[in-house]
Design a protein around this ligand. Sequence first.
Ligand code: FES
Length: 64
Amino acid sequence: MYVCICHGVTDTQIESAIDNGAETMKQLTKELNVGSQCGKCCQCAKRVLNKKLMQIAEAQPQVA
Ligand code: FES
């Protein structure tokens, strides 16, 4: 699914940038240009970011 139409960025590209270490919108913008033109994709990109970070956090072993 395309998240950023201005730069042709998909949710898959955002997720792989997060897998490669991006944790903030600022980092995603730097790597993929998401949100750097019209800004309409920012909310959707943030949702993809938060969902992916939650998945990563949930996959971590729990510290008792
Ligand atoms: S849709 Fe992403 S900057 Fe315009």
